[in-house]
Design a binder for this molecule. Structure first.
Ligand SMILES: Nc1ncnc2c1ncn2[C@@H]1O[C@H](COP(=O)(O)OP(=O)(O)OP(=O)(O)O)[C@@H](O)[C@H]1O
Length: 257
């Protein structure tokens, strides 16, 4: 958290609305994210989680609202500024590792090219950093020249995480990072993610329909229904003592942990 500005939220979102024709994707979403905080966004399928995350991360343009990154209006950024932000201070972990990796490039190349994108040029240093990051995500150094297509789903996801974190982003968006994996693989990945979030003091916005994931990772929760936020609060508070009828239903039907 060196250099973090503790007097201002990292991200401040106001009145964010995205419509698809007459249909609401998300409506009037507002929240703040502070440095080192993990915000979980939960809700059933179709509740607007992905729409919100893609608007936040600049993959879709909202119809209304503001997204302030350390007080600066991201929606007013030029394309070059936006790309710089997405390469440096921000990172995005996709549910499907194929969407976040270059499948035709070696594991080391996948990690190393992110370093080159932020200006590193020394081949030896890049390879050393890539090797170190493969280790951090529990991929053996001897696999550095293998392509991700030779990896299991869990390994691919761990590689995507290394590729995203190697440049030291200050904000990480995660879309169902443990979705689509076997239960035992999910548990291991979740454990790894929890360690990285804690050790690096990451600020994260994580979308999931899995309450066990947010129970382990998130400091705070935002519960969405039909595109709107129906409840927010500290994770344990929301899960142990849900106030909104929808959250009560979500917790009683899903959470058996
Ligand atoms: N490209 C699109 N075109 C039209 N409607 C869309 C589009 N994407 C999402 N929607 C609608 O917006 C609403 C919110 O969907 P969204 O995918 O954001 O929810 P979600 O909570 O992420 O669901 P899931 O967990 O299934 O991804 C839904 O009513 C959905 O049908």
């Amino acid at each position: 958290m060196d250099g973090a500005n503790l007097t201002m939220p990292l991200l401040s979102v106001q009145g964010l609305t995205k419509r698809y024709g007459p249909r609401i994707g998300c409506a009037e979403v507002a929240f703040e994210l502070w440095p080192g905080e993990v915000l979980g966004i939960v809700g059933e399928s179709g509740s607007g989680k992905s729409t919100l995350l893609s608007c936040l991360a600049g993959m879709q343009r909202p119809d209304e609202g503001a997204i302030l990154w350390e007080g600066r209006d991201v929606l007013g950024f030029s394309e070059a500024e936006r790309r710089r932000l997405l390469r440096g201070d921000w990172a995005y972990v996709h549910q499907n590792p194929r969407d976040g990796l270059r499948m035709g490039v070696s594991a080391g190349g996948n990690v190393g090219e992110r370093l080159m994108a932020v200006g590193q040029r020394h081949y030896g240093a890049i390879r050393d950093t890539a090797t170190d990051w493969l280790g951090r995500v529990e991929i053996a150094a001897e696999r550095i020249d293998d392509r991700p297509s030779a990896f299991s789903g869990g390994m691919q996801q761990r590689l995507q995480i290394a590729r995203n974190l190697v440049t030291g982003p200050r904000l990480v968006f995660m879309d169902e990072p443990t979705g689509g994996l076997d239960v035992s693989v999910q548990a291991r990945l979740l454990d790894l993610l929890r360690g990285l979030v804690r050790d690096l003091g990451l600020s994260v916005v994580i979308v999931t329909h899995d309450l066990a994931v947010v129970r382990l990772l998130a400091d705070r929760l935002m519960v969405m229904k039909s595109g709107r936020v129906v409840e927010t609060g500290l994770t344990d508070q929301v899960l142990d003592d849900p106030q909104h009828a929808y959250t009560q239903l979500l917790v009683s039907s899903v959470l058996q942990v």
